[in-house]
Design a binder for this molecule. Structure first.
Ligand code: C2E
Ligand code: CA
Ligand code: CA
Length: 251
């Protein structure tokens, strides 16, 4: 860490409305290009950052990078666009968490972005604290998405107990769509429960039209994946806006 030659940067992956296929948000993803070994997969360095107690400073850096992109993002993205950020469990528990979020929101242009914090079930180990934080976030106008749902230790009970705005369907389920195997009964259960609980759903890792159509048919609200766009640098997103890419046009 710390060396000036280490290059952290961010990319933005478009998320579209499943009906109109127009952009409704972007997820911000962190990247690390090491001067010697090259690109390190985020799963690897995020894990490392978490075990080395570096995830909070790293996320501060990410928030500063977004803030410095914000004027350009405002120009190319529609008003009300959702800005999805991945927040580590350790950060949610940190003393600085609320101040960090307020400072970040204050660094964005007013009334343009809706910040959505993406958390995993690991964030909910301390139930009291996470519930208090989620309630506070809602009062401050942030939204919350439960990420990677259906993997790891997720329990359906979390959906009822916590007041999430969005559920992100893990790409493992999405990638099973259209293969010979029958669709996952777990995915069916998650979709049914989301409808009952009036949760908005986002499918991740959508790579084919077939997957997109199936998901849309199931009433999934938003789609994200290579079929729409890979994660893009800010310059790449500006180019997609100027060309324009399909998801920036009216269909
Ligand atoms: P995630 O939050 O589930 O992010 C979505 C991942 O799916 C991203 O991988 C994205 O590039 C990938 N993806 C998107 N569309 C497709 C597709 O159509 N097919 C396939 N095969 N993959 C697709 P990425 O960027 O490698 O990030 C991996 C994980 O690293 C993220 O998973 C997230 O858990 C973590 N991560 C990334 N950036 C941050 C960050 O800033 N903070 C924290 N705490 N975690 C981060
Ligand atoms: Ca995520
Ligand atoms: Ca995910």
């Amino acid at each position: 860490w710390g060396s000036k030659n280490n290059q952290f940067y961010i990319v933005y992956q478009p998320v579209v409305n499943a009906q109109t296929l127009r952009i409704s948000g972007v997820e911000v993803l962190m990247r690390w290009r090491h001067p010697v070994v090259g690109e390190i997969p985020p799963d690897v360095f995020i894990n490392l950052a978490e075990t080395q107690q570096m995830i909070v400073p790293l996320t501060h850096h990410l928030l500063a990078l977004i803030a410095s992109d914000a004027a350009v993002l405002k120009r190319i993205l529609p008003r009300g666009v959702k800005l999805g950020l991945n927040i580590s469990p350790a950060h949610l528990q940190a003393d600085s968490f609320r101040d960090d979020m307020l400072r970040f929101a204050a660094a964005l242009p007013a009334d343009h972005f809706h910040v959505v914090l993406e958390v995993t079930e690991r964030a909910m180990i301390d139930k009291e604290k996470s519930m208090a934080n989620f309630a506070w976030l809602h009062r401050q106008g942030f939204e919350i998405a439960i990420d990677d749902f259906g993997t790891g230790h997720s329990a359906l009970i979390y959906l009822e107990r916590y007041n999430f705005d969005y559920l992100k369907i893990d790409r493992g389920f999405v990638q099973a769509i259209g293969t010979e195997t029958v669709t996952s009964p777990v995915l069916d259960a998650v979709l049914t429960l989301s409808r009952r609980l009036k949760l908005m759903t986002v499918a991740e890792g959508v790579e084919t039209q077939e997957q997109a159509e199936w998901l849309r048919g199931q009433g999934v609200h938003f789609l994200q994946g290579y079929w729409i766009s890979r994660p893009l640098s800010l310059a790449g997103l500006v180019a997609a806006h100027d060309e324009p890419a399909n998801y920036f046009t009216t269909r």
